[in-house]
Write a protein that binds this ligand. Sequence first.
Ligand SMILES: Nc1ncnc2c1ncn2[C@@H]1O[C@H](COP(=O)(O)OP(=O)(O)OP(=O)(O)O)[C@@H](O)[C@H]1O
Ligand SMILES: [Mg+2]
Length: 579
Amino acid sequence: MSTVATLWRLRRWARPHRRAIFFMLAAACGAMLAQSLVPIVIGKVVDGPIRHHDTAGLWELSGVALLFGVTESGLFFARRRAMAISALGVETDLRRDLFAHVQRLPVSFHDRWPSGQLLSRLTTDLSTLRRFIGLAAVFLLASTLTICVVVVLLITIQPWLGLIVLVSMVPLLIGTRRFELRYSRDARRAQDLTGDLATSVEESALGIRVIKAFGRRPHMLARFRADAQRLQSAELTKIRTLGLFWALLEGLPQVVLALVTVGGVYATAHHAISVGQLVAFVALYLTLVWPIIMLGWLLALTQEAASACRRIFEVLDTEPTILDPQRPVPAEQGTTLQFEDVHFRYEDGEDEVLRGIDLELRAGETMALVGAVGSGKTTLTALVPRLYDVTGGRVLIGGVDVRDLRLDQLRHAVTTAFEDATLFSASVYENLTLGRAGITDADVAEAIDVAQAQFVHDLPFGLDTRIGEQGLSLSGGQRQRLALARAVLGRPRVLVLDDPLSALDVHTESQVEAALRRVLAETTALVVAHRPSTVLLADRVALLADGRVAAVGTHSELLDTVPAYRQLLAQSSELEGVS
Ligand SMILES: Nc1ncnc2c1ncn2[C@@H]1O[C@H](COP(=O)(O)OP(=O)(O)OP(=O)(O)O)[C@@H](O)[C@H]1O
Ligand SMILES: [Mg+2]
């Protein structure tokens, strides 16, 4: 898509700020024009008061020149204000919409996209767009307008000299076109590399423990340096392209200035034009030089903005695939959970991870899900709240296909405690409720109780203590208990626990189990389990193998009849203690 067409797509976000934008453009154009009219007045001073040694008309002309000058500076300030309001307004609105869209996109999108690429789009690319709207767009318009007006004025002063100036615009246009093509490609590469670098910084910050513990700092530094060097050379390429164009922009006006000065003096000597006209012509031409030189910088910014815009629209144009149904079925209160011939393949995966899962959890039943590492347990649990959609078959809650429920109702009915207990930079309370409505303090207290997370009361500010990345660090077991409390909060109809007790010591584990038993008695639950002690919380156990349910039954039935199950649990040293 061409630069103009790409940037034109921003109009949707510009519309609410159109008054400020219009004012900004009008002020910029007005200031430029006021500035370029001053030389005409100077010409009149030379041909009038100076030539006729008559100072009478001087005051009037000086007054006019002063008026233009004051108008210019007044408009300059007006433009700055309007620019700040409009450019920041567009940037903020677009950032809000982009973030909202990124949140709407399914997990599969986030699997594909490195987080640094999203980060750079939400930060540096949007700043580039703001600079374009506030500066480049305005001055590009004002400069182009000035160049057109000045060329017309020059032609009216002296057609032949004016024509020389007009013809000199041809190499300028050709150079501009070539520059745009090259610079657009260079800018895109630099922006993509900025995204890669952001990913690299983010990953090394998150993985700092691993890096340090393995003494891999030099290795990571070398990798980072290579990334940074690639970015540096991309930036240098950009500068080289810009430099060549700039040389043309700087050099061309000088050559033309020499030509028109010689031509002008010749014409004056032959009385074709007056001295005043010559002075006006040259002074007017000099006002062109700056807008022409500025074109380089403005066009560079425009290309960068177009490329930033393309990168942003790559995200905005990605359609969310997991959506509310067109005709949602009213949420039933049923609590059965069924998997009917469920198939699933990851978007980038070769083979199906799940190949026909049939499983039925009765209302209120707790089903343990057991299987080898990588057998698809987490994948199966993710299909219940529609983090991914099945690629075949159906998942039903209370007999209703999850795809026929409104997403907010589905995710109200189902809650999950994930394998890795993600916490946000917020208070304990916010981490538990995540802003959900209708949660009372009593609910929170009960959830903390169930998850045996009473340690939160001993934190410096209790439930108001900030935790997560920018707050207090918690131990693995503490994090897991908070994640569990978050999941059981608000008594979901269906509870999905992905190995909820793995990071707990035996003592805490038995306490959590005791409390969890109470919760599990009231909901339907699918619990991924590795330890036999967790398995014992369940009414029945399903064994996952080769993407299918290999066996279903009580723990003791499976122990007796399924060797694979026995082997799997034998890997846990606790087997003797509990079987
Ligand atoms: N986001 C993803 N994209 C592509 N493939 C994936 C993705 N997540 C998991 N897989 C693949 O799907 C398979 C099942 O993974 P899953 O996480 O469901 O296993 P699991 O049974 O939960 O294992 P574990 O016991 O280690 O938690 C694995 O082969 C894994 O490589
Ligand atoms: Mg897993």
